[in-house]
Design a protein around this ligand. Structure first.
Ligand code: SAM
Ligand code: GLN
Length: 297
């Protein structure tokens, strides 16, 4: 879209020109994305654009829209451009320091909330490993009043974003720790729940992912640099020693990893292992209980 063609635009003409152009370039959801970017520039709700179709856009509004539009043309995820996304009904700040929260991860949070609801404790201690934007930790803390969450990440930059989200959504309910997996977690701490969506993409598969993902999302959030199973193996081995006797591990796994992950969990000291499907039906969320300690049974 030539800049000159954008100078005398109204809301409707800009929506039409920009979304036609994105569609020609084979972008999905072209109209929706253009509407969301323009609504963001104008400080409006998306549907309110429909009440202002004839509104002429100022030079400043057009300039700000153009910056966003060019980022999208370059395949940057819309969520980074808008700076926000919704997860479990909550608005999370996101940018290139963190993975964009995925819909399938809501399955893990729903399972965690159901397990917490079935526990009798006054306080349920939760450890979230690789918290990223804090989406899992913060939504558990928000939806389960009794949860106290320790959220860790190897990336100090991701922790900055997670802290921002916790500060405005669940102040005082999430504690943060920079840690390579469980290495900085005090060995005497015990948790009723350990949850993680670790990087599980095989390094060789990275280039197969959408440009939005492999070009813009943090590599450390996507892959373990190997076969994708490194952290699933590690967490199924080390988690049981941090779990209370009634504790559970919940792990998000990738396409095709459920069977090996189940075997790892069983040899690692977990029992009653089930892998729940995500909405499209891919086995996605492994849940395992700590095996009863034979000395106490
Ligand atoms: N929890 C977020 C979610 O569900 O959207 C982010 C998950 S992202 C797939 C994995 C996260 O693990 C990233 O934030 C990444 O920085 C972090 N990570 C990668 N390697 C790690 C490690 N060795 N120890 C701790 N965190 C790690
Ligand atoms: N679900 C992400 C993707 O395939 C990967 C996230 C992860 O490795 N946990 O786009």
């Amino acid at each position: 879209m030539a800049d000159s063609a954008m100078t005398t635009q109204t809301v409707l003409s800009l929506l039409t020109t920009a979304s036609d152009h994105l569609r020609e370039k084979r972008f999905d959801e072209a109209r929706l994305h253009v509407e969301l970017m323009l609504a963001n520039v104008l400080g409006l709700k998306r549907l309110d654009l429909y009440l202002q179709f004839d509104r002429p856009l100022t030079e400043d509004e057009l300039a700000r829209f153009r910056v966003m539009y060019r980022r999208r043309l370059d395949h940057e995820p819309l969520q980074y451009i808008l700076g926000t996304t919704e997860f479990m009904g909550l608005p999370f700040i996101v940018d290139q320091r963190v993975l964009v929260p995925r819909a399938e991860t809501e399955v893990l949070v729903e399972k965690a909330l159901a397990i917490i609801a079935g526990m009798q404790h006054d306080v349920v201690h939760v450890l979230d490993i690789g918290t990223g934007s804090g989406n899992i930790a913060v939504s558990i803390a928000h939806h389960a009043q009794r949860a106290r969450v320790l959220a860790t990440d190897l990336s100090a930059e991701a922790l900055e974003v997670a802290r921002l989200n916790a500060d405005h959504l669940v102040p005082g309910k999430v504690e943060f720790l920079e840690s390579d997996m469980v290495s900085a977690v005090p060995p005497d701490r015990r948790f009723e729940l350990i949850v993680s969506n670790p990087p599980y993409v095989r390094v060789a598969d990275l280039v197969e992912l959408q440009e939005e993902v492999h070009k813009f999302e943090p590599r450390v959030a996507l892959t373990d640099g190997g076969d994708g199973m490194k952290y699933i193996r590690l967490l199924t081995q080390v988690a049981p020693s941090f779990l209370t006797s009634d504790g559970c591990l919940l792990l998000e796994v990738g396409y095709g990893q459920a069977e090996e992950a189940t075997a790892c969990a069983t040899t690692g000291g977990l029992t009653d292992v089930v892998v729940y499907p995500d909405f499209p039906g891919i086995p996605r969320v492994l849940v395992g209980k700590r095996k009863p300690d034979p000395t106490h049974s």
